[in-house]
Design a protein around this ligand. Structure first.
Ligand SMILES: C[S@@+](CC[C@H](N)C(=O)[O-])C[C@H]1O[C@@H](n2cnc3c(N)ncnc32)[C@H](O)[C@@H]1O
Length: 286
């Protein structure tokens, strides 16, 4: 696909310069660029996140394609599929082998929007499914082999479902930027102190804002241990500066095989669930 608006300049989305092959029409349709080629200020934040993720995902796609004839990716809580479209446009189009991207989204109108956009711009390797993340776990129509799972700000437990999906399918790589997660915080609030040390621990979530933040933090810690216990190597960093997003934790996981490390992670995971009185979540994180 060619740039079809000559008036759109490289400066328009500086510092994320448009690459030669990139579709400015796509950027306009996603409202990242205005119709006269200017950067849409409201989209700047999202663009920064998506471009940064694209840079991190590009080497994973190339690595997958070195060893197989095509790549399948599933994006959970895809929304308007900014990530999928931009990845397809910036990276996938340049590969000599097909890269199939499937967006999973619970809101039907967003699925319809993405389907129409893909059709209109001939993004043939993109597919959108009106499914909850939980339904995707058992959907027989998704390809069996999935190589890469992404979830960018997928709400609440949708990130956990994305992880479960990836573990079940033995997906090679996961790229997750979790959103809020209310389940753990609500359970923490119900926990009752018994011993003195537990009473001290309770102070961590006595105030509602601490319960929310600690709940989110511990959820991500449990997610990382879960991935490690299944033999993934996990890195946790910041996606972009905190001024761009409050939900900024980037969890990247790649399959390796290290049984010793996996066993240690499993033990830590179980101990943490016990210490925090969260045994009821064993099914989710183990
Ligand atoms: C904050 S938006 C992020 C959208 C997109 N990933 C992005 O970063 O632009 C979260 C999206 O997840 C969808 N969502 C929430 N819960 C979901 C679930 N259980 N299964 C599938 N999609 C879900 C919402 O409808 C929404 O479009």
């Amino acid at each position: 696909m060619r740039n079809n608006s000559p008036q759109i300049t490289q400066q328009a989305i500086e510092p994320y310069a448009i690459r030669d092959h990139q579709s400015t029409r796509l950027l306009q349709e996603l409202h990242i660029l205005t119709q006269d080629g200017k950067m849409n200020q409201d989209s700047r934040r999202k663009l920064k996140q998506v471009f940064h993720l694209t840079q991190l995902i590009e080497p994973l796609i190339k690595q997958i394609l070195e060893n197989q004839s095509q790549m399948n990716m599933v994006d959970f809580g895809a929304g308007k599929s900014y990530l999928g479209f931009i990845l397809q446009d910036l990276v996938c189009k340049l590969q000599s082998k097909p890269c199939h991207i499937i967006g999973i989204e619970i809101r039907e109108e967003l699925v319809t929007y993405s389907k129409n956009l893909a059709k209109q711009l001939n993004f043939e390797q993109m597919e959108f499914r009106h499914l909850s993340a939980e339904e995707a776990l058992i959907d027989p129509n998704l390809p069996h082999q999935i190589d890469l799972v992404t979830a960018l700000h997928a709400c609440n437990t949708a990130t956990d479902d994305a992880i479960r999906f990836a573990l079940t399918r033995k997906v090679k790589h996961l790229v997750l930027v979790p959103c809020c997660q209310a389940e753990v915080a609500s359970l923490l609030k119900k926990s009752r102190s018994q011993t003195t040390s537990e009473k001290h621990l309770l102070q961590m979530w006595r105030h509602p804002i601490h319960a929310r933040e600690f709940g989110s933090h511990i959820t991500n810690v449990l997610r990382c241990l879960q991935l490690e216990s299944y033999g993934y190597e996990v890195t946790v960093t910041e996606l972009v500066g905190w001024e761009h997003s409050m939900k900024n934790e980037l969890i990247m996981a790649s399959q390796i095989t290290n049984p010793k490390k996996a066993k240690a992670a499993k033990l830590h995971l179980e101990a943490l669930l016990n210490d925090l009185d969260l045994q009821v979540l064993q099914h989710r994180f183990t």
